[in-house]
Design a protein around this ligand. Structure first.
Ligand SMILES: Cc1cc2nc3c(=O)[nH]c(=O)nc-3n(C[C@H](O)[C@H](O)[C@H](O)COP(=O)(O)O)c2cc1C
Length: 218
C-alpha cells in the first residue's frame, strides 16, 4: 500500500511520519526486508531463540495453536518451499537464510486431545510478531508473505486437515544498502520505497466507532 491508495475504504494522507522516535528501537527499526545477505547462515542456536519467542507468546487459554515448518537455505525443505512461492516472492525470498511456513489449528484434532480455539489465527499472528521482534534483537529482519500456493504447501508438507498453512516468513540478515545489484529493478525499487502508515486518527476511536479518540485531537 502506498500513501495514495486506500485501506478499508479510507484514504491515507501522504507524508504521515512512520517509525516515530517514541517506539522502542526493536520496533522502530523493523521493516519488511526484501534483500538479504546470501552468505549469512542461520545457526541452530539463533533459530532456536527465534522459535522460543513464538513459544512464549500468549494465546487463548494457553492453547498455543501455532505450528512452523522451517526451511534453511540449501536444505530440501527450503527448496520445496521455494517451489510453492508466488513468482514474485520467488524472486526475493530465497535470498533469506530461512523460510518458515506458519500454521494455525483450525479444528480439534482426530483424537480430540487438542481443543480448537476461535482465536487460533490471532494467536499465530502474535507468535509471528514475537518472532519478528526477537529476530530484530539479533540484528535480523523478516518479511512475512501470503503469496504462495497454500494447497501445494499443504500437500507437500503433509499438513493434517485440522491445521491450516497460513503465511510465510523470510528471515535473514539484511543486505547492505548497495548489495541489491543481483535483484531485478522492480525489487530494488520496491525495497527502497518509503514506508507509510495510516494516521492514528483513522483507527483509534472513542465515544463511538469512527470518532477519533479525544486524546489524539486535544
Ligand atoms: C500477512 C502478510 C502477507 C504479506 N504478503 C506479502 C507477499 O506475498 N509478498 C511481499 O513481498 N510482501 C508481503 N507482505 C509484506 C507487506 O507488504 C509489508 O509488511 C507491508 O508493506 C508493510 O511494510 P513494513 O512491514 O516494512 O512496514 C505481507 C505481510 C503480511 C503481514
Amino acid at each position: 500500500m502506498t500513501d495514495q491508495t486506500s485501506a478499508a475504504g479510507r484514504h491515507t494522507p501522504s507524508a504521515v511520519p512512520a517509525q516515530p522516535e517514541i517506539l522502542t528501537p526493536l520496533l522502530r527499526d523493523r521493516e519488511s526486508v526484501m534483500v538479504y545477505d546470501r552468505s549469512h547462515v542461520l545457526g541452530p542456536d539463533a533459530l532456536r531463540a527465534i522459535l522460543e519467542a513464538a513459544r512464549w507468546s500468549p494465546s487463548a487459554g494457553n492453547s498455543q495453536p501455532w505450528g512452523f515448518i522451517v526451511g534453511l537455505r540449501g536444505d530440501d525443505t527450503h527448496a520445496a518451499m521455494v517451489e510453492v512461492l508466488s513468482s514474485a516472492n520467488q524472486v526475493w525470498a530465497p535470498s533469506a537464510s530461512a523460510i518458515i511456513l506458519t500454521l494455525h489449528q483450525v479444528a480439534t484434532d482426530e483424537d480430540h486431545e487438542i481443543a480448537y480455539s476461535d482465536y487460533a489465527m490471532f494467536d499465530l499472528g502474535q507468535a509471528v510478531a514475537h518472532i519478528t521482534v526477537q529476530a530484530r534483537s539479533m540484528g535480523l529482519q523478516v518479511r512475512q508473505f501470503g503469496g504462495f500456493d497454500h494447497r501445494a504447501a499443504t500437500e507437500r508438507f503433509a499438513v493434517p486437515p485440522h491445521w491450516a498453512v497460513t503465511t510465510g516468513i523470510a528471515l535473514g540478515l539484511p543486505a547492505g544498502p548497495d548489495d541489491d545489484t543481483e535483484m531485478p529493478e522492480w525489487v530494488r525499487t520496491r525495497a527502497r520505497l518509503p514506508r507509510s502508515r495510516l494516521p492514528l486518527e483513522a483507527f483509534v476511536h472513542s465515544g463511538k466507532f469512527g470518532h477519533a479518540a479525544d486524546f489524539l485531537t486535544d
